[in-house]
Design a protein around this ligand. Structure first.
Ligand code: CO
Length: 215
């Protein structure tokens, strides 16, 4: 077998042994059921492993990842994860986490065609257009960082407007939504929104600043 793959299987054996050395019933109790407190919607980027950067353990976090951590209302995969997490697992928090240096956001800022992914990233171009007035004044690197932040806020908005979250808020006032950005250069998470758990909250954080569209 290929040595890179062998290494993963070896690591897995070590890891499983370490867990049972600390607690012989570790897997027995985890295998019974899950009660995660959080749903994490993050970027597929290999440098942003959600459980590692938050020091959470198996069973604590339900996870959905896609390129550039987008919440697209027609994405059946995301909607299924969201519905299950909110209505069945009853997570208390949904975190959308982007990151500075995101290749997806960078690609959306450019004009080169990359293939199928152009269509996926299209929504980030829309975000850029909504906030163009503030973005255009910034030098390129600062504009990139700001678009990463604004895109996360937009995804929190998209999340809050799904019927899944609307119905959950109506029924219980939960879950809280959060928009965070992870900094690859120092490992720190930076909240971009307050805790959001109502339409009033969401309208306060997400005000489109339509720039020069149509002029
Ligand atoms: Co990314």
């Amino acid at each position: 077998m290929n040595s890179e793959i062998e290494k993963l299987l070896e690591n897995n054996k070590d890891w499983a042994n370490e867990q049972t050395a600390h607690n012989p019933d570790y897997f027995k109790s985890l295998a019974k059921e899950q009660h995660p407190t959080y749903l994490w919607i993050g970027c597929s980027d290999s440098r942003v492993p959600p459980d590692e950067i938050t020091k959470t353990h198996p069973g604590e976090m339900f996870v959905h990842r896609n390129i550039a951590n987008l919440v697209v209302q027609t994405d059946m995969n995301l909607l299924s994860v969201l519905q299950f997490a909110v209505e069945v697992l009853k997570v208390q928090h949904v975190i959308v986490c982007g990151h500075y240096g995101c290749g997806g956001v960078k690609a959306a800022m450019g004009t080169h065609q990359l293939g199928l992914i152009d269509n996926w990233l299209r929504q980030i171009k829309d975000t850029q257009r909504y906030y163009w007035q503030q973005l255009q004044a910034l030098p390129e690197e600062a504009r990139f960082r700001r678009l990463v932040e604004l895109s996360v806020v937009e995804q929190v908005y998209n999340l809050g407007k799904t019927n899944i979250i609307q119905n959950a808020w109506q029924a219980s006032g939960l879950p809280f939504l959060h928009g965070w950005v992870y900094d690859l250069e120092n490992g720190r998470l930076h909240p971009q929104t307050p805790m959001v758990s109502s339409n009033q909250d969401i309208d306060l954080i997400c005000k489109f600043e339509l720039g020069f569209v149509g002029k």
